[in-house]
Structure formats: structure tokens, C-alpha cells
Design a protein around this ligand. Structure first.
Ligand code: PLP
Length: 400
């Protein structure tokens, strides 16, 4: 018998964390790696946010806070939710945790019993299936075709729902594809959901402001307010405000669920960091103009990367509508041989070849439930991206 519990044996360490670790090791060995695995903004946390944290420390805000966050932070979150979804959330319907990741985990822990099913559209963020498994649930992975922009259709949703379905997890803009649902697409999903009142929806909206479309990205609650009591909106400050290390995320949903999340949190971490909460208040209520600048920078990189990879034999890209990742189809390369004569038969083998022959690190699509692809993060400088794109093109051209 292993010394660990079955729930630990069932799950994998996060593949993105593992990839980052591999890059660190190679760098430590003296290799110069172009790292396109990064899942966080390359911008610094804005000055006024850092200052707010320092001021909070100076005021002595260094103690436990309420389990569900300070009233100031919940107020700031409620204001953002009202603007984003056109919906009112009282303080009792908002939970604050150590990152959206913790809130999502706690939501599953609070609701999933052995054998309960959670619908996870693929390509998915690497953590969802393992979080479900860690909480004794069964992930029901639904493959979403590239021909439909990697998005779940109403029909697919209808056929995936069973009497045991607890949740549908909907992440838009998506990591890894950048796909987002139109209002009409959300409407058709909402119609299916209205017919199955036992299913709740966890919307992961962490990339909502890193958005290349016009206006705001549509949301499920915005499109169908009758679902408000069945949706847990999750979001945080990590990506929008370049605050990944501060670890503040939140969930907004039905009061019973939020109460259960808070009950668990009271036994797990007592509360999120007081100093980070003060910083998050400044982030949400302070000036927002740098977000648009940041998004324009990402957009420029996205477009340049798409141009550089356009026409490279064996690969093709779908234009991301949000987020800072490009999910590249590499099925055209499978079956080809490296200059050393090794056959590339999977996306993982291509990624290893890319790392070893060109020192470019990306993450293979199978990690996201979508073999035949790889993910490039463009949260890095234009110079690195330009060089990396040239090397990807060279790696592809050298296959025969
Ligand atoms: N959800 C998605 C889709 C993500 O890509 C990430 C971070 O990579 C998270 C949630 C976690 O965000 P947080 O830093 O708030 O835990």
C-alpha cells in the first residue's frame, strides 16, 4: 500500500507546473530556453496596487480577516459583478479565497460526492479533471471540435447530462484556446440548462478582461438571469491585474453554496491573506486604464505570432478571442521523422523534439484533453516570441 490516500494517487501534478519546473532545470543546467509555457502576465503588478498593500501593512492590517474576506473587498467584488453581469450579489453570496483555483476546488469539495459527475468540455484547463477526481467525483470530458471553435454545443451538453450530473464547468475566454461563447451560443446552452434544474454551472471567468472583441465578453448570467441561482461565477485578480502571486480569487453564487465554501475555508485557511485583500480592493476600485494598454500589448503579440506561424507546413492556428494563449493544431506533423530519424507520433513527442532541437518550451495538447495540439503562451516579450516562432517554423521544416 502507498502511504498516500487514494484521492492523491488518482491525480497528477499540474502539467503546467511540471513544464515550468522542467524549464527551470534546463536553465539551471546552462541551456538557454525560450519559455512559452508561462501561465501568468509578464507585467509587474501596478504601482498603486503595491502601494495599497504597503499602506495596509502600515495600518496594521496584518491579522485574520472574516473567513469570506473583508467587507471592503466583498463590496468591490459586488460592484464588479454588477457591472459585468448586470446582477446583484449580496455579501452572503460572495466567497473570497486564495486564488480562483482554491475557490473552484472548495466549490467541488463542498458539492461533489462519490460518483457525482462533472461535465468538463475539452480542451480544458489542466486542473479541472484532477480537482474533480481529488474530490471523489467523475469528470465527464466532452471533446469540443476545432470546427466549432473548441466550444461546447447545446446538443453535446444535452447528451452529457445524466441524473448524476452536478456541474458543468464553463471556462471562457478559455485557457488553452482563447475561445469565448457568443450570446447566441450561451442562449442555447442556457435553454438546455433550464430544462435540467439539478445541474449547476461553474463559470471560470478569470480571463474575462483579457478580451480582444468589442464591448464585454458575454456571460451566462448576463444572458440568462434566471440561472443566477444555479451559477457559481469564479474570477480573481491574478490575470487582469498581474497579481498571480498575491493569491486572491472569488466566487459568487447561491448563498447555500457560498456558505458551504466558507465553512470549508474556515477549517482550511481561516481566510485569504489580509494584505493581499487590501491590494485586491485597490485593484478592483482603482484606475483601470492600464488593462486596456495591457490588452493592446497582448493583441499585438497575438497578431504577430499568428502572422509568423501562418503558412508553416503541418501546423494551423485558431485565433484566440481572449486570454494570452495560442492553441496550435499540429496533427499535420504526426507521422513525420526528425533529422535523427525518430518518428513524431504524438503532440508530446513533437513538444519534446521542439525543446531538444530548438530550445523552445511549449505544453502538449494532451495535457488539456486535446491531443494533436500544443499551447503557446504569449505572455512574454515580442523579441522572445519572434525568435520562438522562427524556431518553431524551423523545427517543422526539418521534419520529413
Ligand atoms: N482558471 C484558469 C482557466 C486559469 O488558467 C487559471 C490560472 O492559470 C486559474 C483559473 C487560476 O487562477 P488563480 O491565480 O486565481 O488561482
Amino acid at each position: 500500500a502507498t502511504p498516500t490516500a487514494r484521492r492523491v494517487d488518482r491525480i497528477q501534478p499540474s502539467p503546467s507546473t511540471a513544464a515550468a519546473q522542467r524549464v527551470r532545470e534546463l536553465k539551471a543546467d546552462g541551456h538557454e530556453i525560450l519559455d512559452l509555457t508561462v501561465g501568468e502576465p509578464d507585467f509587474d503588478t501596478p504601482e498603486h496596487i503595491k502601494l495599497a498593500a504597503i499602506e495596509a501593512i502600515d495600518r496594521g492590517e496584518t491579522k485574520y480577516t472574516p473567513v469570506n474576506g473583508t467587507p471592503e473587498l466583498r463590496e468591490a467584488i459586488a460592484a464588479k459583478l454588477a457591472q459585468r453581469h448586470g446582477a446583484h450579489y449580496s455579501h452572503a453570496r460572495i466567497a473570497v479565497g486564495g486564488g480562483a483555483k482554491q475557490v473552484i476546488f472548495l466549490a467541488l469539495m463542498a458539492t461533489v460526492d462519490t460518483g457525482d459527475e462533472v461535465i468538463v468540455p475539452a480542451p480544458y484547463w489542466v486542473s479541472y479533471p484532477d480537482m474533480v477526481l481529488a474530490n471523489d467525483g467523475t469528470p465527464v470530458v466532452v471533446e469540443c471540435g476545432e470546427d466549432n471553435g473548441f466550444k461546447l454545443t447545446a446538443q453535446q451538453l444535452e447528451s452529457a447530462i445524466t441524473a448524476r450530473t452536478r456541474w458543468l464547468i464553463l471556462n471562457a475566454p478559455s485557457n488553452p484556446t482563447g475561445a469565448a461563447y457568443t450570446e447566441a451560443e450561451l442562449r442555447s446552452l442556457a435553454d438546455v440548462l433550464l430544462a435540467h434544474p439539478h445541474v449547476r454551472v461553474l463559470t471560470d471567468e478569470i480571463y474575462d478582461e483579457i478580451w480582444y472583441g468589442t464591448g464585454l465578453a458575454p456571460t451566462l448570467v448576463g444572458v440568462e438571469p434566471r440561472l443566477q441561482d444555479r451559477v457559481l461565477v469564479t474570477n480573481g485578480v491574478s490575470k487582469t491585474y498581474a497579481m498571480t502571486g498575491w493569491r486572491i480569487g472569488y466566487g459568487a453564487g447561491p448563498a447555500d453554496l457560498i456558505g458551504a465554501i466558507n465553512k470549508l475555508q474556515s477549517q482550511i485557511s481561516s481566510c485569504p491573506s489580509s494584505v493581499s485583500q487590501a491590494a485586491a480592493v485597490a485593484a478592483l476600485t482603482g484606475k483601470q486604464d492600464f488593462i486596456a494598454e495591457m490588452v493592446e500589448t497582448y493583441r499585438g503579440r497575438r497578431d504577430e505570432l499568428l502572422r509568423a506561424l501562418d503558412g508553416v507546413p503541418g501546423i494551423s492556428c485558431t485565433t484566440p478571442q481572449g486570454g494570452f494563449y495560442l492553441f496550435v493544431n499540429c496533427t499535420g506533423l504526426l507521422g513525420r521523422r526528425t533529422p535523427q530519424g525518430a518518428e513524431i507520433s504524438t503532440d508530446e513527442e513533437f513538444c519534446r523534439y521542439l525543446l531538444e532541437s530548438q530550445q523552445v518550451a511549449v505544453i502538449h495538447g494532451a495535457a488539456y484533453g486535446s491531443p494533436g495540439h500544443f499551447r503557446i503562451s504569449f505572455a512574454t516579450s515580442n523579441a522572445v516570441l519572434r525568435e520562438a516562432a522562427a524556431r518553431v517554423a524551423r523545427a517543422c521544416a526539418e521534419l520529413s
